[in-house]
Design a protein around this ligand. Structure first.
Ligand code: HEM
Length: 147
């Protein structure tokens, strides 16, 4: 009896599971936070180039403002990786993420002010600090297979 029921159960399981398998993959990169991060990523690339040229400080300050707006929007969205943390640790995980995002907002605020004040030496230091923070924050809060 079991021999007959098993293949049927298998067929049924595949029939039910296969059509939904592509769904999580389609989610990839389309979280609200992911969308803000895409803006941050693209703008930061242009900003890093602009910061090297003092003639482009006004442009670069505007880009820092765009990153700032995206960072402020990001602080209210939990990282996708939160769901994979043990239930008892999720609140701490999100609190740690928000703290890092606030640091990010503070650094961007300083960067915008430095560019507006034509202080390129300070601006370059802040760009380095932002890159360091990107690395450490992604290590801590960005799901490892999400690249
Ligand atoms: C200059 C700094 C940063 C840059 C250029 C940057 C860029 C990016 C990019 C390009 C992605 C992938 C977007 C996607 O396709 O989903 C991403 C994802 C992510 N980033 Fe950043 N990031 C920066 C700083 C930060 C900081 C400071 C944090 C945390 C406080 C953070 C947390 C995350 C998380 C959690 C994800 C995964 C998205 C999710 O969980 O929904 N990033 N980032």
């Amino acid at each position: 009896m079991k021999m007959i029921r098993h293949p049927l159960a298998l067929l049924l399981a595949f029939g039910l599971v296969l059509p939904v398998l592509p769904l999580p993959a389609e989610d990839h990169g389309h979280t609200e936070l992911g969308e803000q991060m895409e803006v941050i990523g693209k703008t930061f690339r242009s900003l890093r180039r602009a910061v090297r040229d003092p003639a482009k400080n006004a442009e670069a300050a505007e880009m820092a403002g765009e990153m700032l707006a995206a960072a402020r929007a990001s602080i209210d969205h939990d990282p996708a990786w939160t769901a994979d943390q043990p239930a008892a640790e999720q609140a701490d995980f999100v609190a740690g993420y928000k703290k890092e995002m606030q640091k990010f907002i503070d650094l961007l605020t300083e960067l915008k002010a430095a560019l507006e004040a034509d202080d390129n030496e300070k601006a370059n230091e802040l760009v380095d600090a932002l890159r360091d923070q990107q690395r450490s924050s992604h290590k801590a809060y960005k799901k490892p297979d999400e690249d």
